[in-house]
Structure formats: structure tokens, C-alpha cells
Ligand binder design. Structure first.
Ligand SMILES: [Zn+2]
Length: 309
């Protein structure tokens, strides 16, 4: 299972510190030609449509505009990126209340996916670049309908979004519904934060997920440590947040602490927040690696996908 760090232009340059560093970037207006802003390119890349951003800003955008922005971003890519997935523009279903609104959104999403696939096919991109469909639905049958239609259009890679507002049990049950329809090895989960969720996804053999958690935690003056996974609030920060506080660095061999472990304890300016996110990334990644080797061990003697009926 691959962990993609969800990245925007003002975040730390993770790939400068870690050799293998899958990254998810959205083509939002501030992020034009995002790869130009990096010194080191990620080894794997997902270019998202920024659908949630455009919806939050109430900005109308077309499938073609988004596709063109994604292709623009590819100008700065090179062979060091092994795989690239371009995510179709979708309309998040989060604020749709009535059944007919939900149904209409689902149908519109399918139309967008069809339009997107046509543009993608016409552009004849190299074979390491593949389109990714976003599965939308509001219950079992609608999710199933979406997946079948998307497969008919020729999609092989799928992502599940719109999970952010659901609680973790609902999120997991949606993922379980989808892995009955799509092989887990072709499935990406957008916007993951919880360690439990990562554990469950790993035991389902999900291909990948993305998270902004190392960056967000650093901005809120939190530091991670692994073995076991823990988070602490900087003792020196004035943030009114409950939870254990830490005043002195713990032993850590991340690229930042190897030079000066006290740097991550300086609340601001932004330079130190970025160093803190590099440190946090190291521990979240360690934790994910541990989870993967644990779940691989448990899966060794059973059916690979334990949740398959
Ligand atoms: Zn560190």
C-alpha cells in the first residue's frame, strides 16, 4: 500500500528529503505547473482535479479545463516519475441532501467521467500515465451502478472520495462495498487521516491513499513519533489544544532531527513548520510501514482479501 503525501505549493518539499515519495497534487489555480516548484520529483504521482476546491469556491469549471491543466502540469514531469494517475473531474456529493439531487449528481459524475475518458484517449499520453475515475454513490446499489458504468467506459483505476464527512465506520463500509466491485489493487482512497483506517485499508490490500496529516499537524504545532505512533503538542506553543505536551525532543533519526532535533520545536516562522512536517512524515511513514508488514503477516495464510465474501 502506497502513501501519497497530499501536497500544495506552500508545503515542505518532501521529495528533497525522501527518495521514494509518492505525491498527490491538485490542479487548483495557485498550483499551476506545480512540478516546476519542486527540486526533486516524486517517484509516483497522482494529479487530482481539485473538484472539492472548485466546489468550495463556487467556481464552475469544465472537464476540459481541468484536463488541460493536468496536461500542462505534465510538461514538467520526466522519466524519474514511474507512474502518473490523472483524476477525472467529479462533483463531490457531500452537500447533496435529497435523493433526486444525489441521483442527478451521480449521473452528472458519470457524464463527466465519460467526457474525461474521451479527452484522455484522444491525447495519446505515454502508457505510464493512466486515468483514474472517482466512484460516487450514496448507497450500495448506486455505488455498484457507478462502478459498472465506469468500467464500461474503460477505467481500470478508481478512487473513492467524499468520505471526509462520514464517520470512520461509514467510511469503512463504503470501502468494503467498493472492494467487492473493484480489485483492491486498483483502488485509491482520498483524504485519509486515521491510523485505524490505515490499518483496515492495509488488511484489505488497498493500493494507495493520500493524506495531508503530516503537514496539518505541523501547522497546528504537533509532532509525531512512531513505535508506537504518538502525537504531542509543542510545549512552547500557545495553542489552546488539549493533549500531551512535549518540551524536549525524543530520539529520532529523521533527516531533520539528524541535524538539529530542536528545530522542530520552534513554533514559527513557516520554515520551522516545514521542518516539523518533514519529521512528521517520517514517523507517519514508519507507522504505515509497520502496519503493512503486520497485516501482510496476518494475511499470509488466509484469503488475500479478508473482507471478500
Ligand atoms: Zn525527527
Amino acid at each position: 500500500m502506497e502513501f501519497y503525501i497530499s501536497w500544495s505549493h506552500s508545503d515542505a518539499k518532501y521529495c528533497d528529503y525522501y527518495k521514494e515519495c509518492p505525491m498527490l497534487i491538485s490542479v487548483i489555480p495557485d498550483n499551476k505547473r506545480p512540478l516546476r516548484k519542486l527540486n526533486t520529483l516524486p517517484n509516483k504521482l497522482i494529479i487530482d482535479s481539485g473538484g472539492i476546491f472548485y466546489r468550495n469556491q463556487n467556481k464552475k469549471t469544465t472537464v476540459e479545463q481541468i484536463f488541460n491543466l493536468q496536461v500542462d502540469a505534465l510538461q514538467d514531469a520526466n522519466n524519474s516519475i514511474e507512474t502518473i494517475k490523472l483524476v477525472q473531474l467529479d462533483i463531490p456529493m457531500l452537500d447533496k441532501r435529497s435523493l433526486s439531487d444525489k441521483y442527478q449528481t451521480m449521473e452528472k459524475n458519470l457524464y463527466f467521467a465519460w467526457e474525461y475518458m474521451n479527452l484522455f484517449t484522444k491525447s495519446r499520453l505515454p502508457s505510464n500515465i493512466q486515468p483514474m475515475a472517482v466512484i460516487q454513490g450514496f448507497d450500495g446499489p448506486s455505488v455498484q451502478h457507478s462502478v459498472l458504468e465506469l468500467k464500461k467506459m474503460g477505467y481500470k483505476y478508481f478512487g473513492i472520495g467524499s468520505l471526509l464527512s462520514k464517520n470512520s465506520n461509514e467510511q469503512l463500509s463504503t470501502i468494503q462495498t467498493v472492494v467487492r466491485l473493484v480489485e483492491a489493487q486498483y483502488l485509491h482512497i482520498f483524504g485519509v487521516t486515521g491510523i485505524n483506517q490505515i490499518y483496515e485499508m492495509s488488511s484489505m490490500n488497498i493500493s494507495s491513499f493520500d493524506s495531508t496529516r503530516p503537514t496539518k499537524a505541523a501547522a497546528y504545532y504537533s509532532v509525531f513519533y512512531s513505535n508506537p505512533f504518538r502525537t504531542y503538542i509543542l510545549g512552547t506553543s500557545r495553542i489552546a489544544k488539549s493533549g500531551p505536551r512535549l518540551f524536549e525532543p525524543l530520539p529520532c533519526s529523521c533527516p531533520v532531527c539528524s541535524i538539529n532535533p530542536y528545530d522542530i520545536f520552534i513554533p514559527s516562522p513557516r520554515h520551522y513548520m516545514k521542518l516539523r512536517s518533514i519529521h512528521n512524515y517520517y514517523h507517519l511513514r514508519n507507522t504505515i510501514q509497520n502496519i503493512i508488514s503486520q497485516t501482510e503477516r496476518t494475511n499470509d495464510h488466509v484469503v488475500p482479501n479478508v473482507l471478500r465474501p
